[in-house]
Ligand binder design. Structure first.
Ligand code: NDP
Length: 492
């Protein structure tokens, strides 16, 4: 098993603890790599390196165009290595190779997009209302960014932070999830190969409380960019408040996928399946509540069951597999707990509802794709994020009812609407409290389109031109051009 190292100040180093932990392949349930167990001392070194790099002539003195070119060079390297990176991700977190391959082939676009944006961030000349003064603004990088990422799409979610942060001129200390750190090391090698100056990107691995905690509390971290669960997000937000740090939080959801009786039913059935069973339901945007117009409810359920039953479970590295294992043992247990809770609360289990013990699932942590009908919006299964292949089906009577149920959640990350009516599509997309609304599609994301949550789903936006401003701060510069000193005792 390969024993990995931390990337601090451009060097691959052992953790100060001289301790490693095993990364486990969720399909075989066997360890396959050794990940450094960093501690506060390593956090301090990494932040010091990032701070020094932030002020270094090599980085601070680099033109925005040259910085952009570095990002584009990195994009090309990722594109060349996409297959290898995808295989590492799939082995480490159990998501389908087909899905990870898609993500890895797409990730270079983020670096190209933000590389292109790097030298297009301009200040403004303000036609100021005071004679004899020239006023303009500059957009400046916030400083050292702590990027904390989860296990479900490790490189993709890191990219959403790293690409705009680097384009803005920030430096990074990145802590990937303890469950899916291995691809980060491969990414680190490519940052080096692209020629980023030492200390611009630092990678430290370990546990949330031992590494993430000291990192978010470090006084020299200016900004925290976090994706993960809402409880951890709360903790991160409190740390940001203590240190008055910039923060973006992407915290998951309980997204409603709403099907009206005028929808093209076969398309909507596929959309609901993709919303909840793709990626084994382990996505922040999972459409975990299917709201179905009452006149078509029963017919829709039958069609959905027919399609969902065909989902092929098995080795995520095999091309034919459609549903892989759950990534972590605790997550597997959490999903099964929620299934038990749903049954106890009286939801009707129409599909799955158990660990999957088919031979093709081997020793992996598999849960059968599970569908509950008779779900009452008050049930826990309809309110809490399961993060697994578990769908709650809820009937509704009309648009008003659909809006009421869909918005009756603490979350607000995404929503789907299936209808042929333009009026309905526009009305629903306006009234749904969610950062993303898909109409007649689901699970589409792009580097070009802003992404983020309403309510407890998060703060700030990733992707799109908006995201780079999350890593910039505005300075207002005033220059006297009149040359006559005004009365010093009066505000100018
Ligand atoms: P967490 O929110 O605990 O983990 C996300 C990241 O935060 C990981 O890198 C984690 O490190 C780190 N972290 C944990 N504790 C701290 C801390 N005290 N200070 C700083 N960083 C910390 O997610 P989990 O992996 O535990 O999953 C829990 C639930 O979160 C899931 O069941 C799911 O509901 C939700 N989730 C949502 C995601 C999304 O995309 N929005 C992604 C993943 C999970 P470490 O891994 O070492 O604990």
């Amino acid at each position: 098993m390969q024993k990995h190292k931390l990337l601090i100040n451009g060097a691959w180093v052992d953790p100060s603890t001289h301790a490693w932990f095993e990364s486990v392949n969720p399909f075989t349930a066997q360890p396959w790599a050794m990940v450094p167990r960093a501690a506060k001392e390593d956090v301090d070194k990494a932040v010091a390196a990032a701070k020094a790099a932030f002020y270094s002539p090599a980085w601070r003195g680099m033109t925005a165009s040259a910085r952009g070119a570095l990002l584009v060079k990195f994009a090309d390297l990722v594109a060349q290595e996409a297959e290898r990176l995808a295989t590492i991700e799939s082995t480490d977190n159990g998501k389908l190779l087909a899905e990870m391959r898609g993500q890895l082939n797409y990730i270079p676009q983020w670096f190209r997009y933000y590389g292109g944006l790097a030298d297009k961030i301009e200040g403004r000349v303000i036609p100021i209302d005071k004679p004899g003064v020239f006023n303009f603004t500059r957009e400046e990088p916030v400083g050292v960014v702590a990027a904390i990422t989860p296990w479900n799409s490790p490189l993709m979610l890191a990219t959403w932070k790293l690409a705009p942060a680097l384009a803005a001129g920030c430096t990074i200390v990145w802590k990937p999830s303890e469950y899916s750190s291995v691809s980060a090391f491969a990414f680190g090698e490519l940052f080096e190969k692209a020629g980023f100056p030492p200390g611009v990107v630092n990678i430290i691995t370990g546990f949330g409380n031992e590494v993430g905690g000291p990192l978010i509390d470090h006084p020299d971290v200016a900004k925290i960019a976090f994706t993960g669960g809402d409880k951890t997000g709360e903790h991160v937000y409190q740390a940001a408040a203590r240190g008055i740090k910039h923060v973006t939080l992407e915290l998951g959801g309980k997204s409603a996928n709403i099907v009206f009786d005028d929808a093209t039913m076969d398309e909507a059935v596929k959309g609901v399946v993709s919303g909840i069973f793709a990626a084994t339901g382990q996505t922040c945007i999972a459409g975990s509540r299917a709201l179905i117009h009452r006149p078509i409810h029963d017919q829709f359920v039958e069609k959905l069951l027919t399609l969902a039953k065909t989902a092929k479970m098995g080795n995520p590295l095999e091309a034919a597999t459609q549903v892989g294992p759950v990534t972590t043992r605790p997550q597997y247990e959490k999903v099964l707990d929620y299934i038990r809770i749903a049954k106890d609360e009286g939801a009707v289990c129409r599909l799955g509802g158990n660990p999957a013990t088919r031979p093709e699932c081997g020793a992996g942590w598999f849960v059968e794709p599970t569908i509950f009908t008779g779900v009452n919006p008050a049930m826990r299964i309809a309110n809490e994020e399961v993060f697994g292949p578990v769908l709650s089906m809820i009937p509704f009577d009309d648009e008003e009812d659909a809006i009421r149920i869909a918005n009756d959640t603490v979350f607000g990350l995404a929503a789907g609407v299936w209808t042929q009516s333009i009026r309905r599509a526009l009305t629903m997309s306006e009234r749904l409290e969610a950062g993303t609304v898909w109409v007649n599609t689901y699970r589409a994301v792009s580097y070009m389109s802003p992404f983020g949550g309403y309510k407890r789903s998060g703060i700030g936006r990733e992707n799109g031109a908006e995201a780079i401003y999350e890593y910039l701060q505005t300075k207002s510069v005033w220059i006297d051009i009149a040359g006559n000193a005004p009365n010093p005792f009066v505000m100018r």
